[in-house]
Design a protein around this ligand. Structure first.
Ligand SMILES: Cc1cc2nc3c(=O)[nH]c(=O)nc-3n(C[C@H](O)[C@H](O)[C@H](O)COP(=O)(O)OP(=O)(O)OC[C@H]3O[C@@H](n4cnc5c(N)ncnc54)[C@H](O)[C@@H]3O)c2cc1C
Length: 475
């Protein structure tokens, strides 16, 4: 029998879930807060005299699952190019390969630091292997120092992490390091960089080629899902500008969703799926969740990102898909150049750089004027020699409030009761990056969404909640 499922959030998790449901004849209504679908994988197209596309920073789709890649190719149709990833780190005004390539790092690092890094590394390995010192793996700083030594930690990991998270690495859980840094130590890094790239077990960080929409930016993938859902003949709808405001319940059973920006409407369904931040879900329950739970919810934090897009009067800045800028004196921590994802993202003789600045909602950066943000990005890029004076034609600003879940030292203790409570609701399932408070990638949000859609459609368990819980997925 056909069901009606209401899905909160029109990002990749919500849309891919809806897609699997409509494929099996069910009806879905997707409620998306923004004026467009895509969530973090959204793109913005300017199609006037010139054609430009913007993503929220670099968005490289990669999966080791060939079936998933074929599925994405199917959604994108012929609108696909294969891009080559190059990502580097700029330090001391030089480019270092990312992940580190030993020969390039040794050549570009000041001599005294090379000696210091090697001695530190040998020392830390000696202390660890002989157990002369007990290293704690509790926080990011100690996890990385144990594996790379103090100097490399400080140069390549510590200052970048502190900038990107706005939190000292000793206050960040090592969960994040163990999920994102696939390479276990310096020796591993050297071995892996000598291997053929794109080999079967290559960590995500090292994979070179990836598919990307020729036109339209990464947002073509969510738009492709939305089109197929609306054209499925099931009466399904993707509603934008439709924030879920209240989740009405009777005990632990959801009875309907109140949504809308100006005019409030009610919708009910046989089942519900939420891909909105789990913190927002818990806070939107009516009647309210218990106070002790709301306290836990309030202790869970997200990093926000401000994106500064600079249109430049030159065909290219670098061949990199993205570049990290870890040095402390710079405010921006990463830039991406969309033309290196698809050459059609900008006019031939011009290019666009997207500079990222992390912050917290409501802080000084979040509230800064467009002029001030442009000034910060321009100054940083000029100071490392990536652009020259007077090259910026135009700047635009975009913001994401819930970009990264903050894995501070207490996040597990705060998250567990919230997840337990939400899982206790009978007829609403939570999934996706926001729904799980999980630092996962696009392919994993798609996999979670598709598996949950399949589970709701067939009634058979798909273990959608196990996606992106293994370390092999990250990097
Ligand atoms: C800067 C940056 C770079 C990234 N780079 C990569 C990369 O290179 N490769 C990769 O694989 N992944 C990358 N990611 C991760 C990727 O973007 C996410 O994993 C993926 O897009 C998450 O999809 P989702 O549907 O789970 O969540 P989201 O995209 O966050 O979707 C949630 C949706 O819910 C909506 N919403 C929120 N509240 C409400 C409400 N009350 N009512 C209705 N709707 C609501 C939001 O607007 C959003 O559309 C990157 C992320 C960022 C921030």
């Amino acid at each position: 029998m056909s069901k009606h499922v209401v899905i909160l959030g029109g990002g990749l998790a919500g849309l891919s879930c809806g897609y699997e449901l409509v494929q099996r004849g069910h009806r879905v209504t997707i409620l998306e807060r923004e004026a467009h679908v895509g969530g973090m994988a959204s793109s913005f197209i300017e199609d006037g005299e010139e054609y430009w596309t913007q993503d929220f920073g670099p968005h490289r789709f990669h999966s080791q699952d060939q079936n998933l890649i074929e599925h994405v190719r199917d959604i994108l149709g012929d609108n696909v190019v294969t891009a080559q990833r190059l990502s580097r780190i700029v330090m001391f005004n030089k480019f270092f390969h990312y992940p580190l390539v030993a020969s390039n790092a040794l050549k570009n690092m000041p001599r005294h630091l090379v000696v210091k890094a090697l001695l530190d590394y040998a020392w830390v390995r000696f202390l660890d292997s002989t157990r002369l010192r007990r290293f704690s793996d509790r926080d990011f700083e100690s996890w990385v120092t144990r594996r790379f030594g103090k100097t490399l930690y400080r140069l390549f990991f510590g200052q970048y992490t502190e900038k990107a998270w706005g939190l000292h690495p000793s206050k960040i859980s090592s969960d994040w390091a163990s999920q994102r840094i696939t390479l276990l130590n310096l020796w591993d890094t050297i071995k892996k960089t000598l291997q053929r790239p794109d080999a079967g077990d290559t960590p995500r960080t090292l994979v070179r080629s990836f598919i990307y929409p020729k036109y339209g930016g990464i947002g073509e993938l969510p738009r492709g899902y939305a089109r197929r859902i609306e054209e499925s003949g099931t009466g399904s709808q993707v509603l934008t500008n439709a924030p879920a405001v209240r989740i009405h319940r009777d005990g632990m059973r959801v009875t309907g969703i109140e949504y809308g920006k100006h005019k409030r409407l009610m919708i009910d369904a046989d089942e519900y799926v939420s891909t909105i931040p789990v913190t927002a879900l818990a806070k939107a329950l009516a009647p309210r969740a218990p106070d002790h739970l709301i306290q836990k919810v309030n202790a869970l934090e997200y990093v926000s990102i401000v994106f500064v897009y600079l249109k430049l009067n030159r065909p290219s800045v670098s061949p990199d898909s993205w570049v990290y800028l870890p040095e402390k004196h710079l405010t921006i921590h990463r830039i991406s150049e969309f033309k290196n994802f698809s050459p059609y993202c900008a006019p031939k003789d011009k290019t666009m750089i997207c500079a990222e600045i992390t912050c917290r909602r409501g802080d000084e950066i979040w509230r800064a004027s467009a002029e001030r943000l442009q000034e910060i990005a321009e100054k940083d890029l000029m100071s490392v020699g990536l652009i020259g004076p007077g090259e910026v034609l135009e700047a635009q600003i975009r913001k994401i409030p819930f970009a990264y879940p903050v894995y501070d030292l207490d996040y597990r203790d705060n998250l567990q009761p919230v997840m337990d409570y939400v899982h206790g609701l009978e007829n609403i399932r939570t999934t996706g990056r926001q729904g799980n408070f999980r630092y996962n990638n696009m392919d994993q949000s798609v996999e979670m969404g598709r598996k949950l859609g399949l589970e709701l459609a067939t009634g058979e368990s798909t273990d959608h909640d196990k996606v992106a819980t293994g370390k092999e997925y990250f990097g």
